[in-house]
Design a protein around this ligand. Structure first.
Ligand SMILES: C[S@@+](CC[C@H](N)C(=O)[O-])C[C@H]1O[C@@H](n2cnc3c(N)ncnc32)[C@H](O)[C@@H]1O
Length: 220
């Protein structure tokens, strides 16, 4: 199966953090198989360090209702479901091929009953979602993070956690690497998101130097 989305510019992979060599959790056999297949084809799934943190964090929070923006082929959703046996994941993906493969993967994991996978553009799908979520994993198009924020805040219950991935963006946002001209706009949008969550009185936010950078916001 060919993918249009695969990012072949491997220079823009996961940042090498000082903690990466410790954060190397090994998951169940089926999860590892899907991670390997995704990595081989450069499907943009979370790196090992991010998955390690995500797994530990949701184990601690034990959310019942999880919302994910950006399913890809279902790696992060599966890692969360493995960590929280009672959780239900609603996950949104706009790429049809990724969505189809994610459905297959959820079936192979025996997790179909715990997953509502939605094919569509998150900008259109999110406003139609009702209910309250204990945990939201934001891992879709970075350029849209700040636009999604109001609806994500509405969907997050008080005390719930919104975790946004890639907020240090290969080191461009953290100032570790020079920003290539083609990335300037994206960096600006991610910075807008960080400013919004860091200055929002209803959110308590910390930026975490894990993987490509995470922003963890708790709704108070
Ligand atoms: C970083 S990947 C998600 C990786 C996944 N969370 C994991 O680690 O297994 C981002 C995903 O967002 C999807 N995406 C991009 N724009 C989108 C949009 N507007 N609505 C929904 N999904 C979108 C991409 O197709 C891609 O699969």
């Amino acid at each position: 199966m060919g993918y249009d989305y695969a990012h072949f510019n491997t220079a823009e992979g996961e940042r090498q953090t000082p903690t990466a060599r410790f954060n190397r959790a090994v998951f169940s056999g089926e999860t590892e198989r899907v991670i390997k297949l995704a990595n081989e084809r450069e499907i943009p799934v979370c790196g090992r360090e991010t998955l390690t943190f995500l797994s530990a964090l949701v184990s601690a929070l034990d959310p019942r209702e999880i919302l994910e923006v950006g399913t890809a082929v279902g790696v992060s959703a599966t890692v969360m479901l493995n960590a929280c046996a009672n959780a239900r994941v609603t996950t949104i993906e706009k790429n049809e091929k990724f969505y189809a493969e994610a459905l297959e993967n959820f079936k192979n994991f025996g997790k179909t009953q715990h997953v509502t996978a939605i094919l569509g553009d998150a900008a259109e799908v999110l406003p139609t979602i009702t209910g309250e979520y204990d945990f939201i994993f934001l891992d879709g198009p970075k350029v849209q993070y700040v636009k999604y924020l109001p609806v994500l805040k509405r969907l997050l219950r008080r005390g719930g956690t919104l975790l946004a991935d890639d907020v240090l963006l290969f080191g461009y946002v953290s100032g570790e690497r020079e920003i290539p001209p083609k990335r300037k706009m994206l960096v600006q949008h991610v910075e807008e998101y960080l400013n919004a969550v860091l200055n929002d009185k209803e959110l308590r936010t910390a930026v975490i130097n894990i993987g490509n950078g995470l922003a963890m916001s708790v709704k108070v």
